[in-house]
Ligand binder design. Structure first.
Ligand code: ZN
Length: 326
């Protein structure tokens, strides 16, 4: 099989699409679905993704009319980017959760979540002006690689979907994004988990202008929820698939406990989230794209600590800082 395409289970193929930033690759999946096929996540809408999908269709002998539908785990650009293109080109339904559609609507379709709003939001947390300019450029670049879907079919948690011979149940797994769905086949102990759980890296848990208030709490609760699902094979959105699923859930939990402790001890005076990010990340060595994620992630940890009363959140003159609780 060509590079970037491999069979990971009976009737399930992993398609590794290139990304023009550090993450490098997003894993999408294509599943045999009766006489047709169902795609899980799409990649960015730019020429290298189109080339990879074309090669996949050629290799698996898929005709365009053989595509049944696209199901999305969440609406981040690397997963959602080509959704609108598939819908328009092949006239097939796009399925995603209502919360992810809400996010896509504001972030990618309307301009309610403009770059300015984004910059104002992070400016209050100490984002320096020169980095703000670069981030605006990054965001414009990202938007250019997203083809939004005009019509979607909403998919809710606890729905049952039949894909080929398998029954999947949808579960919401918050933290990385508010309405992130995972798809569990209990019979086969198989989970299509998107970015809810990753193998080599930890999923980014960040506070963004539209996100729920305490995504780290959401994420830690999701890990406990996922631990109740029987899983022998988890098909991830980035990096290798996971076979020791329970162990990976524990590692992620421990990772965040360690980061919380590190951050808490580093806050010795009133501190912006951007300043605090330096205690968790080697900020100067990161790209502007990574700095954006580092800031959102630090903010999620600070807010989690503040809500537990371990830190205090101070709002003053349009600025938000955190300090040790009195
Ligand atoms: Zn992703």
């Amino acid at each position: 099989m060509p590079d970037g395409l491999s069979q990971v289970a009976t009737d399930i193929y992993q398609v590794r699409l290139p990304l023009p930033f550090e993450l490098r690759i997003v894993n999408c999946y294509i599943l045999k679905d009766g006489t047709g096929w169902t795609i899980i996540d799409t990649g960015l809408n730019y020429p290298p993704s189109h080339a990879m999908w074309n090669m996949t269709f050629a290799e698996l002998g898929i005709q365009p009319e053989g595509l049944n539908r696209i199901i999305l785990t969440h609406a981040h650009p690397d997963h959602y980017g080509m959704a609108g293109w598939f819908a328009e080109t092949y006239d097939i339904p796009i399925l995603l959760s209502s919360l992810e559609q809400y996010f896509a609507q504001h972030a990618w379709i309307d301009s309610t979540y403009t770059d300015d709003a984004f910059i104002t939001f992070f400016g209050r947390h100490g984002l320096p002006d020169d980095l703000a300019v670069q981030i605006q450029k990054d965001m414009a670049g990202l938007r250019a690689m997203i083809k939004t879907a005009e019509k979607v079919t909403l998919l809710e948690p606890d729905a049952h979907i039949r894909i080929g011979q398998r029954d999947f149940q949808t579960h919401v797994s918050r933290g990385h994004s508010d309405g992130h769905l995972v798809f569990h086949c209990a019979e086969e102990r198989l989970l299509l988990c998107g970015d809810a759980v990753l193998s080599k890296i930890t999923p980014n848990i960040g506070i963004w202008p539209l996100s729920r208030e305490n995504p780290l709490e959401d994420f830690l609760q999701s890990l406990e929820y996922l631990a109740m699902l029987p899983v022998d094979l988890a098909l991830t959105g980035h990096g290798p698939v996971i076979t020791a699923f329970a162990d990976r859930l524990n590692e992620l939990h421990v990772h965040h406990e360690e980061r919380l402790h590190l951050l808490e001890t580093a806050i010795t005076k009133e501190t912006h989230a951007f300043e605090a990010a330096h205690s968790l990340f080697d900020i100067e060595r990161l790209s502007s794209h990574q700095k954006r994620f580092a800031l959102a992630e630090t903010l999620a940890h600070l807010e989690y600590l503040a809500r537990l009363g371990r830190l205090e959140r101070i709002e003053q003159h349009e600025h938000i800082r955190y300090r040790r609780a009195a």
